[in-house]
Ligand binder design. Structure first.
Ligand SMILES: *Cc1c(COP(=O)(O)O)cnc(C)c1O
Length: 435
């Protein structure tokens, strides 16, 4: 593409298209991507960027993967879409069978939807409907932990961190949920009594009105990229049982190997009552999410009036998306993903660690295929992005966080380059706000 064509396209983009959390009157620049292959994004102007974001946790097998492409092409020639009311299809059934095998055993029913936020809405509805049919309709509030992120729709917003959750503007219109502080114990620490006290007291005071506790297991993503102790999660599972509160695990970001386990709840050896998955579910090829639950919850919902789960998206269990998910999970299970993820972890740990010495850096943390450098002040978004692009790297920092979660298939050499570039760029205090 020549400069003139690129400019024309970017002008339309700039003036007429909303990007995530962006302005259309004074937008930050967007880079025009022409194609992508493996871990490389090819820009329209011919430059190449190594992708450190996996397009927000999704592209675990990288871009333009031949096996994924074949699966989708084959499904297109059979059917691309089909209403799910009264009709069903093999891709949905095969995917469900596969999901039941790889997710915690008590999860037996699957509700498909088209995005993570909707999967969270459905989880909340399931929990409320469950207690309604159990003759405890007063149990309809959600308990959550601060620093969480669960999506951008209204129900999901109501359980995101009330301050950092990017939704304060809407707070007066959101269901009022109950929040406790996020656990302070790090991944490799055991929870102290003081770490459990807030959640225990919240349950003691509110269990009669709480339908479910919802949280991201082990890794809190967009709310702050924090990692916490599996021991804490294990204790919290027991507390939920003790106080008759359902546990919803939002594995939308953590699922499919990212934290070193197939699902992050495996670090704690616990199982949820309801689990949300999305993002890497289709290897990033199609938009698809799912909410899984146990026989006890699904029976509870369906055995009393209204007798059905009150939700049904138009694009529910889209066959193309289900085929992509099936192919992606198959690829993942047949790859040496555990070895790959632990190798990514090792390289990120070694390479990013020196950033701890930089005076403007607060901390460095790595878990599985996730590396985070947290600064003391916010990044200068446009400047730091430009600095990365000039080095041929795609990273998308936010707030005080510069973080990386590459596709699992990344070669050691590319990963090394990504991580070294990250280290080099964050060394420059000019790329961060002064206060
Ligand atoms: C991204 C995300 C969501 C929302 O998913 P969308 O597909 O963007 O609606 C929900 N929960 C977590 C943990 C996420 O990371």
């Amino acid at each position: 593409m020549n400069q003139q064509q690129i400019k024309q396209l970017l002008d339309i983009d700039r003036h007429h298209i909303w990007h995530p959390y962006a302005s259309v009157s004074d937008p930050l620049p967007s880079y025009l991507v022409e194609s992508a292959q493996g871990v490389r994004l090819k820009l329209a102007d011919g430059r190449e960027l190594i992708d450190g974001m996996a397009s927000w946790w999704c592209m675990i097998h990288g871009y333009n993967h031949p096996v994924m492409n074949r699966a989708l092409k084959a499904q297109i020639d059979r059917m691309s879409h089909l209403m799910f009311g009264g009709l069903t299809h093999e891709p949905a059934i095969a995917l469900t069978r596969q999901l039941l095998q790889i997710t915690p055993a008590p999860l037996q029913q699957v509700f498909f939807s088209d995005s993570g936020s909707v999967a969270v809405e459905v989880a909340i509805k399931m929990a409320i409907q469950y207690w309604h049919t159990q003759q405890q309709p007063e149990k309809k509030r959600m308990l959550s932990i601060r620093r969480g992120y669960h999506g951008d729709t209204f129900g999901a917003m109501s359980v995101c961190d009330p301050v950092t959750g990017m939704h304060t503007l809407f707070s007066s219109m959101l269901a009022e949920q109950i929040f406790v502080d996020a656990p302070g114990c790090a991944f490799d620490e055991l929870p102290k009594e003081s770490d459990l006290k807030p959640i225990r007291s919240a349950l003691e005071s509110h269990h009669r009105e709480v339908a479910a506790l919802i949280l991201e297991p082990i890794v809190q993503g967009a709310g702050g990229m924090r990692f916490y102790s599996p021991g804490w999660l294990k204790e919290v599972r027991s507390l939920c049982d003790e106080f008759n509160v359902l546990l919803i695990l939002d594995e939308i970001a953590t699922g499919f190997g990212r934290t070193g386990k197939l699902f992050a709840c495996e670090h704690a050896g616990i199982t949820p009552d309801i689990m949300c998955i999305g993002k890497a579910l289709t290897g990033g090829y199609m938009t698809l999410a799912a909410t899984l639950t146990t026989e006890a919850v699904s029976r509870g919902i369906c055995d009393a009036a209204p007798g059905v789960l009150m939700h049904g998206p138009t694009f529910m269990a889209n066959p193309l998306a289900c085929s992509a998910a099936l192919a992606s999970i198959d690829l993942l299970l047949h790859s040496q993903w555990q070895k790959r993820v632990s190798n990514i972890e090792k390289i990120l740990l070694e390479t990013l660690a020196p950033a701890r010495m930089f005076p403007h850096i607060e901390s460095v943390r790595v878990l599985g295929a996730i590396g985070v450098i947290e600064a003391k002040t916010s990044v200068r978004m446009q400047e730091i992005t430009q600095a990365f692009v000039e080095k041929g790297v795609w990273l998308r920092p936010f707030g005080k966080l510069v973080y990386i979660m590459p596709p699992f298939i990344i070669e050691e050499e590319d990963l090394q380059y990504l991580a070294e570039t990250m280290l080099k760029i964050v060394q420059d205090p000019q790329l961060f706000e002064s206060e």
